[in-house]
Write a protein of this length. Structure first.
Length: 196
């Protein structure tokens, strides 16, 4: 298996509540990552994470925005302990990120949405290949079911319009024709909406 050269967070973002922010600090304590946390006068937080040997660090700035702490970062990590802790943090705290895992002959790009990997792309020798892409099968099935429900509604409306047109042709009273015309307008308006 190829040895990873580096992990590059092209763009990562986290949005944490006050409770989640406290959990975020505890999370890195549990990962045995050295950290320094400073709370600034304006309520912002600055966090410096460091690997055991002090060879590498990453600085996270959390800006206070209403009831959330927002962090947007880009960084490059080489040491496994800090790299793994960051990966777990993005996942556990539902972060969004584009992460390049760089190997000698290729790069794997991971796209995280709400902490879940949605797409993995391999880039090698100028070529790009999708290795994994999340497909919302349940959502697609629901959408397909709902589209069939609309088709049934359209069929029912068309039948109703046909029946009203037949009734209109048989009717001779002006008042009843006006009522039928009003119902026809309603049906055709609904049909227009469903077909759009």
């Amino acid at each position: 298996m190829a040895q990873r050269i580096a992990t590059e967070y092209v763009k990562a973002s986290l949005q944490l509540t006050a409770d989640e922010m406290a959990g975020f600090v505890r999370f890195f304590e549990d990962q045995h990552v050295k950290q320094q946390v400073r709370v600034l006068d304006n309520g912002n937080h600055e966090m410096v994470l460091e690997d055991d040997a002090g060879r590498e660090e990453v600085r996270l700035s959390f800006e206070r925005q209403q009831d959330r702490y927002v962090c947007v970062l880009s960084c490059r990590l080489k040491h496994p302990k800090l790299t793994n802790a960051m990966r777990k943090a993005v996942s556990a705290f539902h972060g969004d990120a584009i992460v390049n895992r760089i190997y000698p002959n290729y790069t794997m790009t991971y796209h995280y949405v709400q902490g879940n990997v949605r797409k993995i792309v391999e880039q090698s020798k100028g070529e790009t290949k999708i290795v994994f892409e999340y497909k919302n099968t349940l959502g697609q099935l629901e959408m397909q079911f709902n589209s069939r429900e609309i088709e049934r509604s359209i069929t029912m409306l068309q039948k109703g319009i046909d029946e009203l047109l037949d009734l209109r042709l048989q009717c001779s009273e002006i008042e009843q024709i006006a009522l039928i015309d009003e119902r026809l307008r309603e049906h055709t308006h609904q049909l227009f909406i469903l077909e759009a």
